[in-house]
Ligand binder design. Structure first.
Ligand SMILES: [Zn+2]
Length: 225
């Protein structure tokens, strides 16, 4: 289910500028690093310097300035720095586990403590009543269009309520995963790990003087680099 969710997410991936980007699955950071200036995605590319080849990540609008028509001032980030940012964010999360985890669970728990089950039951009761009325009218060969419309509206309402509950459950699952990861870590993370990024990180935004790292659980942390 999680894999399917991820496939759907990536298929619908859009940049802040509304353009679709083709997802490249080779690097965990592909398609999750965004520009704080123009909202476009950062792309991995090579820089040839006198000192040798360096791998850097650059804002796509800036990289393709001629075709994008956007003169984005976003900085270029070396891959080494980007990896440092991820490691620092994960370690910040580990350091603050005692403060942020309870807070995160409480806020998600609040959302879950008022689930829509009561409202769904109300809608179900209304639906049942209307369906009986509809049958009566149909049997008496009376018009039942307005009742059919009301039933359709209620079904849509129920779909929305169930969808909200499913979203809350998905977020709680991500929080549990982060908690499990944190509990399984003996000490700080020492090196960059692609699997770690795929598992924990939702989005990285590049600003002029810092990065914002968003975890899949909803937790956000700033890293100054
Ligand atoms: Zn940009």
């Amino acid at each position: 289910m999680q894999v399917q969710e991820e496939i759907v997410r990536r298929a619908h991936l859009q940049t802040g500028t509304g353009k679709r980007r083709v997802y490249s699955g080779k690097y965990a950071l592909s398609s999750i690093v965004f520009c704080g200036h123009c909202g476009d995605v950062f792309q991995r590319t090579h820089w040839n310097l006198p000192s040798g080849k360096t791998i850097v990540w650059r804002c796509v609008s800036r990289l393709h300035k001629k075709t994008s028509g956007i003169d984005c001032p976003a900085r270029t980030v070396t891959e080494a720095d980007l990896h440092k940012v991820v490691v620092a964010a994960v370690n910040q999360a580990l350091d603050e586990r005692d403060t942020f985890l309870p807070a995160l669970k409480e806020s998600v728990g609040r959302a879950l403590s008022s689930p829509n089950s009561g409202l769904v039951a109300e809608v179900d009761a209304k639906l049942e009543k209307l369906q009986k009325e509809l049958l009566k009218k149909a049997n008496a060969k009376q018009a039942f269009d307005s009742i059919a419309d009301q039933i359709e509206d209620l079904r849509e309402e129920k779909r929305q309520l169930l969808l909200e509950d499913a979203t809350n459950e998905g977020v709680m699952q991500k929080v549990r995963e982060l908690e499990e990861f944190i509990d399984s870590q003996g000490g700080p993370v020492t090196g960059y790990d692609e699997a770690l990024v795929r598992r924990l990180i939702e989005k990285v935004t590049v600003y002029d003087d810092h990065f914002t790292v968003e975890f899949k659980s909803g937790l956000e942390t700033d890293v100054m680099i």
